[in-house]
Design a protein around this ligand. Structure first.
Ligand code: HEC
Ligand code: HEC
Length: 313
């Protein structure tokens, strides 16, 4: 009963509390307006909407990370991972793909990584709708092309700074930090995301599978699965309603713990349709693999030593 009460209170708080930031005052008219509204809907119902559900293999939606602002729209929260000025920088250079990518390419990267699914076909209704919605959020803002990374001006500042800040902290991690991370998780995260990371109601899952054997959260190719990026995001955005209250060490430790749990591996080749392998996806890199183990190794860490057991591939 006590837990149920807590969930009700939290859900209520969730519906009234929103981050600062908002979309333009009005939608475009006509067919364009319809497409923008469809994109907005897809960004909050990504895992259930008929146009996108077959391209998603977890229980997240875009707004799980591109958080709603005070207008209640996906991606309008300001700060890290905001979409409010993303479109002014596309097409943009992407180092990972060694190619210039369009906004559709960039969004579809999140489909196959953060959403653990497959890329939408560029130019399909759903892919265009999401790009139209994200572009509308930048309406009226000056263009600002980015030849360094696939980010708008806000994220161009915040992501590289976050990575630079957290990488040296994460590199020093030991089993003690894993234990400390579990403690932070149990005290400050599990009330919403549940003790075993599977989420609860509108609170999204962080790792693992459900009893049908389906993966619940982002895979090991996602930005969130990288220890430094994950810590930067959580420091800025979590715990919901109390964001900014974690110390750097707490944010680092809790994402060390979260990202040491089981999640789907990423193999780029398995995520591409034949036509995407043949060039319909703007990338010059077609081989890329990540596992929980390799994500830790990327920072010189041994997952077995960090966890103190050998449960992870
Ligand atoms: C699990 C969290 C997560 C989910 C869910 C997610 N993303 Fe992302 N997204 C990220 C992170 C992290 C980055 C930045 C990573 C980087 O570029 O290093 C990002 C970057 C982006 C960008 C580049 C914007 C910018 O200015 O940085 C776009 C566009 C985007 N995502 C679209 C989407 C779309 C569309 C969906 C839903 C289909 C989605 N994302 C779902 C985590 C997520
Ligand atoms: C009060 C409830 C609440 C608490 C406490 C909370 N979260 Fe969240 N978390 C959310 C919600 C809700 C979202 C989805 C974004 C939204 O709807 O605003 C989210 C999204 C996330 C995401 C990205 C989406 C996903 O499922 O992978 C991560 C990672 C995350 N939280 C980690 C944490 C960590 C780590 C803590 C503890 C330090 C924490 N959260 C505490 C409610 C909470």
């Amino acid at each position: 009963m006590k837990t149920l009460h807590k969930i009700v209170v939290l859900s209520l708080a969730c519906s009234v509390y929103l981050f600062a930031g908002h979309a333009p005052q009005s939608y475009p008219t006509g067919e364009l307006g319809k497409l923008v509204k469809l994109g907005e809907e897809l960004a909050v119902k990504t895992d259930t909407h008929p146009l996108t559900k077959d391209f998603v293999d977890n229980k997240l939606n875009c707004a799980s990370c591109h958080i709603k602002g005070e207008d209640g729209k996906p991606g309008t929260a300001d700060g890290l991972s905001s979409w409010l000025d993303t479109a002014v920088s596309f097409p943009a250079w992407s180092k990972r793909e060694k190619a210039v990518q369009t906004l559709e390419d960039r969004s579809n990267n999140c489909f196959m990584r953060s959403m653990n699914g497959k890329r939408l076909v560029n130019g399909s209704e759903a892919s265009m709708a999401i790009a139209a919605y994200i572009t509308w959020l930048s309406d009226g803002k000056p263009m600002h092309l980015n030849d360094k990374g696939p980010w708008g001006p806000t994220n161009k500042k915040l992501w590289p700074a976050g990575i630079k800040h957290f990488k040296p902290i994460q590199k020093k991690a030991t089993h003690e930090n894993y234990v400390a991370g579990k403690k932070v998780y149990d005290n400050k995260c599990s009330a919403c995301h549940s003790a075993n990371g599977e989420g609860m109601g509108t609170f999204p899952p962080l790792w693992g599978k459900n009893d049908k054997g389906e993966w619940l959260s982002y895979n090991t190719g996602a930005g969130m699965s990288k220890l430094d990026k994950g810590a930067a995001w959580v420091k800025a955005k979590m715990p919901l309603y109390q964001e900014g209250t974690l110390s750097d060490q707490e944010a680092a430790d809790v994402m060390l713990y979260v990202n040491a749990q089981e999640r789907a591996s990423f193999d780029l080749q398995d995520r591409l349709l034949p036509e995407q392998k043949a060039g319909a996806y703007h990338s010059n890199v077609l081989e890329e693999k990540h596992s929980v183990r390799s994500n830790f190794k990327a920072l010189g860490l041994d997952i077995d030593k960090i966890r103190g057991d050998k449960l992870i591939k």
